[in-house]
Design a protein around this ligand. Structure first.
Ligand SMILES: Nc1ncnc2c1ncn2[C@@H]1O[C@H](COP(=O)(O)OP(=O)(O)OP(=O)(O)O)[C@@H](O)[C@H]1O
Length: 245
C-alpha cells in the first residue's frame, strides 16, 4: 500500500516568494489498484510522481510504501523496494543495446532473448528489429519511450508509475500499450499509477485523482469522477459553452 500524507513541495520564486507546487497532498493507494492521475497542465502531477520515485525531495509530509517510510530514501533504494518510474522524456544511453537495457532492468533474473522480445512486443515494437539496436540518437522519441516502458515491465516492480505514456506514441502502439496495462491489472501483478489525459487509459482505472493548483481537486472511483471531469471541461469558459458568436 502507498500512503502519502500531507505532502508539500515548495520552491522559491524569482522574486524570492514561496511557490507551493504541491500543497498538503494526501493519498492512499491500495495494492494492485489502477490509479489514473489527471488534471490541467502545470497542476503538479509530474512533481507528485517524482516525489514518490525520489527524484524530487518534498519540503513537508511523508510517503510510506508497504509500511516503510521512504520519504528520505534515494531513488536506488526505492527502486530496490519495487518502485519504478517511466519518464515523460526518457533519457538515452550511448553504447547500450536494447537487450542490455532489458536485462539490466530484469536484475538478478536471467533474461532470455525470447523474454526480451516479449517485453518489446507488449509495447508495440517489432521485437526482432529492435532487440539488438543501440539506445542512441538514431531511435525516435516514440521508440525510446516504448523501450523505456518495456524496461519498467521487465523490472516487474510492485509499483509502476508512468508519466503520460501516450505522449509521442502512435495509435497502434498506444492500443498495444493500453492492452498491456489492462492485462497487468487483470492479473493483479502490480499497483499502477498512470498520469494521463487519455480517455482509453482513464477508462481502465479503478480510481481517478484529479490534481490542480498543487492540490487534489477530486479523488474517487472512475465511475464517479470521470463523468464529473467530462462535464467540467467546458465549465467556466463562456467561449466554449456559448460559442464564439
Ligand atoms: N523546481 C521548480 N521550480 C519552479 N517551478 C516548478 C518547479 N517544479 C515544478 N514547477 C512548476 O510547478 C508546476 C507543476 O509542474 P508539474 O510538472 O508537476 O505539472 P504537471 O501537472 O505534470 O503538468 P503537465 O500536465 O503540463 O505535464 C508547473 O507550473 C511547473 O512549472
Amino acid at each position: 500500500m502507498l500512503e502519502i500524507r500531507n505532502l508539500c513541495y515548495q520552491v522559491e520564486g524569482e522574486a524570492g516568494e514561496e511557490l507551493g507546487i504541491l500543497n498538503d497532498v494526501s493519498l492512499t493507494v491500495e495494492d494492485n489498484q489502477f490509479v489514473v492521475i489527471t488534471g490541467p497542465n502545470g497542476g503538479g502531477k509530474t512533481t507528485l510522481a517524482k516525489t514518490i520515485m525520489g527524484l524530487v525531495k518534498p519540503t513537508g509530509g511523508s510517503i510510506t510504501w508497504n509500511g516503510t517510510d521512504i520519504t528520505d530514501l534515494d531513488i536506488t533504494s526505492r527502486a530496490r523496494l519495487g518502485i519504478s518510474y517511466g519518464f515523460q522524456q526518457p533519457p538515452r544511453f550511448k553504447g547500450l543495446r536494447v537487450k542490455d537495457l532489458l536485462a539490466l532492468a530484469a536484475g538478478s533474473e536471467k533474461l532470455t532473448r525470447e523474454e526480451g522480445c516479449q517485453y518489446l512486443t507488449k509495447v508495440g515494437l517489432c521485437a526482432h528489429d529492435y532487440i539488438d539496436r543501440e539506445v542512441d540518437a538514431s531511435l525516435s522519441g516514440g521508440e525510446v519511450k516504448r523501450i523505456e516502458i518495456a524496461t519498467i515491465l521487465a523490472r516487474k516492480s510492485g509499483l509502476m508509475i508512468f508519466d503520460e505514456p501516450e505522449a509521442g506514441i502512435d495509435l497502434w502502439s498506444f492500443a498495444k500499450l493500453t492492452e498491456t496495462f489492462r492485462a497487468i491489472h487483470a492479473k493483479r501483478q502490480a499497483t499502477l499509477i498512470v498520469i494521463s489525459h487519455q480517455e482509453r487509459i482513464i477508462n481502465l482505472a479503478d480510481e481517478i485523482v484529479m490534481i490542480g493548483d498543487g492540490k487534489i481537486q477530486k479523488h474517487g472511483p472512475k465511475e464517479e469522477i470521470f463523468p464529473q471531469i467530462l462535464a467540467n471541461t467546458t465549465a467556466g469558459c463562456s467561449y466554449m459553452t456559448e460559442g464564439a458568436n
